[in-house]
Design a protein around this ligand. Structure first.
Ligand SMILES: Cc1ncc(COP(=O)(O)O)c(C=O)c1O
Length: 397
């Protein structure tokens, strides 16, 4: 039987793959500390659950309009207007099945076969695969390790070719935890303007920041470039609503019109009652987030201190999101019980098999020699995981 070449080259997301492997070990009775998944370990706020149940009871169980429930589009437009300082109309916002669908639709709308898309590395795992599904080529451009994996706009400028059509950025960043500053976003915006490129700004972690670090977006710095900037967002990370599968896409109404046409042929709409839960989240009080951020912040320091104590490992203190991305190149080439730790992938496999901690190799994010550790993981489990990693590293020859 013939199958299509298109998907043969698309692998399963590495984060999903390692989490599945860890789950298989758990099913076999092994006590695995899962630090591989990127979802809050807190349950969605009760007011969101109540609104979702009420929506079900009120009969919101039929198709929603393509593009989303109008009240939700309006609420997101209003909230983004406040947060980004530029007004959005209802038709400049659509509701998607998670941030993931927003990104997928955008690349379908913006990328032609052979087009190149610049992706600062480390990048979120799905960008290159989604660009490839549109026939494009993702061009990874390493961030500046010396500056805590900050955006390297000079390196991005050097990577522009006549085939470059756009840039995808993500701040606070998954996996590095880096938060891009306004100055480099301004330089990035100028680069996009000079070469007539679009910018996809994946802001899904915008609320998860520490030490009062401000959230800077290209729209704050250059509101005049709004026609070439697309905001990807959603309820997953801020409200712990990963399973609701509700995301948002904001930007040019022409491009969003094409995304809506695609939705009409693919998903019809995000789940109707989940959109009412998202409406409660978007309109609701964000006070619940304070204790979550306090917990993440405490864990962030704990992780940073534990990693800093390991010989051969270095890691900047993450400024946002809930990930640490240690540089483990100092561990490679060493041996664990005779087994060569050849690269970050092998290191993750050995840590999972022997220390029973699930981590994700940096190679999955375009940065071999690093590991991603998620601290969206109950504090006591995190402490256990860090102890196990330290014991593993201590046994390396
Ligand atoms: C950077 C980034 N963008 C987008 C997404 C997708 O989010 P959603 O669950 O809303 O599809 C994720 C989820 O892990 C993410 O980390």
């Amino acid at each position: 039987m013939k199958t299509a070449r298109r998907l043969a080259a698309i692998g399963t997301s590495a984060t999903v793959a390692i989490t599945s492997r860890a789950k298989a070990l758990v099913a076999a009775g092994v006590d695995v500390v899962a630090m591989s998944a990127g979802e809050p370990d807190f349950a969605a706020p009760s007011f969101v659950i109540e609104a979702t149940v009420a929506a079900l009871r009120a009969g919101h169980t039929t198709y929603a309009p393509v593009g989303g429930v109008p009240a939700l589009r309006d609420a997101v437009a209003e909230r983004f207007g406040r947060e980004y300082g530029v007004p959005f109309a209802r038709d400049e916002v659509i509701v998607t099945v998670g941030g993931k669908e927003a990104l997928y639709d955008l690349f379908q709308a913006l990328v032609d076969p052979g087009d190149e898309v610049l992706v600062p590395a480390p990048y979120w795992v799905s960008y290159p695969a989604q660009v490839a599904l549109a026939g494009g080529v993702a061009v990874p451009v390493p961030c500046d390790v010396a500056r805590g994996l900050a955006l390297d706009v000079a390196a991005l400028a050097a990577a522009v070719t006549p085939r470059t059509v756009g840039i995808v950025i993500n701040s606070p960043n998954n996996p590095s935890g880096a938060v891009y500053d306004a100055a480099s976003l301004g330089e990035l915006a100028a680069l996009a303007e000079r070469h007539d490129l679009w910018i996809v700004s994946d802001d899904i972690y915008s609320a998860v920041r520490y030490d009062g670090v401000p959230f800077a977006s290209v729209l704050h710095v250059r509101p005049d470039l709004r026609e070439r900037v697309f905001i990807v967002h959603g309820v997953a990370k801020t409200w712990g609503m990963t399973g609701f599968r509700v995301g948002f896409l904001a930007g040019s109404r022409v491009v969003l019109g094409r995304c809506t046409a695609l939705q009409s042929q693919t998903i019809t709409s995000a789940t109707t009652f989940a959109q009412y839960g998202a409406l409660a989240a978007i309109r609701g009080d964000d006070a619940f987030l304070g204790p979550w951020l306090t917990a993440y912040d405490e864990r962030r320091h704990r992780v940073h201190a534990a990693l800093a104590a390991l010989d051969g490992v270095s890691c900047p203190l993450p400024g946002g999101a809930f990930y640490a991305f240690p540089d483990v190149r100092g561990l490679l080439g060493r041996r664990y019980q005779g087994e060569l730790v050849s690269d970050d992938v092998r290191l993750c496999e050995l840590i999972l098999e022997h220390a029973h901690v699930a981590l994700v190799p940096g190679a999955a994010f375009g940065s071999p020699g690093f590991l991603r550790l998620s601290y969206a993981c109950a504090t006591e489990r995190l402490a256990l995981g860090l102890e196990r990693i330290a014991a593993f590293v201590a046994q390396l020859d």
